[in-house]
Design a protein around this ligand. Sequence first.
Ligand code: ZN
Length: 189
Amino acid sequence: MSSQPHIALPWVVRRTGLPLLSLRCVDCPSRSATTGRGRFRVNANGKLLDVWLLVRCVSCDRTSKLTVHERARVRSLDPALLDGYHSNDPALVAATLLDPQFARRLGIALDWQGAWQLDAPPAPLDESWPRHVAVVFEDAVPIRPDRLIAQGLRLSRNEVLRRIKCDISLRRPTSVGFTFIVMTKTATY
Ligand SMILES: [Zn+2]
């Protein structure tokens, strides 16, 4: 075994799709909606524009309109942005949905389950040495560190709580990079 510190590749969290929206359906008991492929509706009224993001109930397909711009002056909007709304630009759909102000203004929460992945380089746990792991977020996906670490190391959540040393709360969702240490099974601390 080398005496050099072991440089491990970081774990990377990536977005794989768009999150669902926790939105109560007015027609059925569902509380979940999807942007699907992503569609805007633009309505011009003289010099004023309304722009909505269309979402569908995941259960009954009912469409709801979420306000993006309300009675905005046409000239106040960047023409490229306006083109994006008209062409249902997927990048603009994502940027609109993931804008924290959008969700906050509408009082909706995003459900990230199934919309992200963890790329953790395979590295068998060497049980004789503590191991340092860095987590980086390629996209701002809020995840509970205990769940992420349990998945990445294939440990139970109880084991994570016992064996992981981390400067941030393991239970509070984060989308900012952090590091943690996996203690050996027999460590006493
Ligand atoms: Zn519904």
